[in-house]
Design a protein around this ligand. Structure first.
Ligand SMILES: C[S@@+](CC[C@H](N)C(=O)[O-])C[C@H]1O[C@@H](n2cnc3c(N)ncnc32)[C@H](O)[C@@H]1O
Length: 395
């Protein structure tokens, strides 16, 4: 397996000749399934009816091999695809040809940062890479500026708080490899240990990609690090700077627009504050993926700070190709918050979490693996690691 010397995510994919999100479209059933998932995302979660894309201009950065763009083209969108990885361009051309939609795309082999135009578009998309860019705030402003007034932008990012369980799984794998004498997490022995820990539960998810892709793209990817994870609390103020506003998200967690009369208009400043408060009380959902059963049991800022520090610590422990350093101390404030949460499931999650942190200090890999596998709730929870955010440019 190729040793990782990449300096950014794009190089990691290219040097490993790895397509992280290859979606097979070889037969009718695969196409229908892909179409249904993308329509569900756009229509039901993000609130954008596909038929309204007919004849619209769409700019997509980082389309990879183009399977998602294909769905928009099928609904009549005209796409400009800006993709820096030349390895995937033949597949974009091939699938658009296969579906007779070549006339709907223009492909530009470029990075977002190097792309420049005076045009504005009816929709601008950047999924799956934005948060890993060195100057992601500037990149987001550029995206916002390419959206025409009243139109939409869709970005996705690896969420800092929602990625807690992914990061913990990563740490458990690195530590289990370390206890087993595995020198590099990028090898086959690491994949075998990852399978013994996670395969059975992963297999139950309706995921599009296979286990090995998830292992490579999340568990051992050197770019799965807290500095490349993002948060609504960082993103929304940047969007506000370019005159854009939260429209919707997937997963759908926000309730701040609910239960109000449409004639009661928000002051834009109040709106950011409302989203912030809403976000705080949704932390248990972000962490676990389990919907909160009470409204307003928000954590203190200290809990959030502790969680963010822990994400940073776990990232550093898993930054190179093997675990290095001391196992992190259990996050007591977070554990206490979850223990006090007025729902028995979250209390149980707190207990399992505390046990797993203790097991990280085991002296044998089998004991750590066994401790993980004996959790009931935790091993079936996936948090909310990946978020789509749809914003609207103000008129
Ligand atoms: C994880 S893939 C996501 C593909 C697709 N957008 C999706 O969400 O399924 C990331 C894509 O972003 C592209 N990419 C990475 N850095 C980029 C940059 N600076 N500008 C534009 N695209 C970039 C990669 O080449 C790759 O195609």
């Amino acid at each position: 397996m190729t040793e990782t010397v990449a300096s950014n995510l794009l190089e990691y994919y290219k040097s490993n000749r790895f397509n992280p999100v290859l979606i097979p479209l070889e037969n009718e059933e695969q196409w229908r399934s892909h179409l249904a998932k993308r329509c569900n995302l756009y229509e039901k979660h993000l609130g954008i009816p596909m038929v309204l894309l007919n004849g619209r201009s769409v700019l997509e950065f980082g389309p990879n091999s183009g399977e998602n763009a294909l769905v928009l083209a099928k609904f009549g969108a005209n796409l400009t695809l800006v993709e820096p990885n030349e390895q995937v361009i033949p597949r974009i051309e091939a699938i658009f040809d296969q579906f007779g939609l070549t006339g709907r795309i223009k492909i530009i082999n470029s990075r977002l940062e190097d792309f420049d135009t005076n045009e504005v578009y009816d929709m601008v998309i950047a999924e799956g890479f934005l948060s890993t860019l060195d100057h992601r705030e500037d990149a987001l402003r550029r995206i916002g500026n390419y959206v025409s007034p009243g139109s939409f932008g869709v970005i996705s990012f690896n969420d800092l708080h929602g990625g807690f369980l992914e990061m913990l799984r990563r740490l458990v794998l690195f530590r289990a490899c370390n206890l087993s004498g595995v020198h590099s997490v990028h090898g086959q022995r690491s994949l075998a240990i990852a399978k013994s820990l996670y395969f059975d539960d992963f297999a139950r998810l309706p995921a599009s990609r296979n286990f090995e892709s998830w292992w490579k793209d999340t568990l051992v990817n050197p770019f799965y690090h807290s500095k490349y994870l993002w948060s609504y609390l960082d993103v929304l103020p940047i969007l506000a700077e370019v005159g854009a506003d939260f429209h919707s998200s997937s997963p759908m967690w926000s309730t701040f627009k609910h239960y109000t009369w449409y004639k009661k208009l928000d002051d834009p400043c109040d709106r950011l504050e409302k989203i912030r408060a809403n976000w705080h009380s949704e932390l248990p959902y972000f962490l676990t993926g389990m919907g909160p059963t009470v409204i307003g049991f928000a954590p203190s800022d200290d809990v959030i700070i502790q969680l963010e520090r822990l994400m940073q610590e776990m990232s550093e422990l898993t930054r190179t190709e093997k675990f290095s350093g001391l196992c992190p101390a259990p996050p007591q404030l977070l554990l206490s918050y979850l223990k006090a949460y007025p729902d028995v499931e979250f209390n149980r999650f707190s207990t399992e979490l505390a046990q797993l942190f203790k097991a990280l200090n085991a002296s044998k890999a089998e004991d750590l693996i066994q401790a993980y596998r004996s959790t009931v709730l935790l091993k079936q929870m996936w948090g909310t690691p990946y978020h789509y955010l749809c914003f609207q440019k103000l008129l």
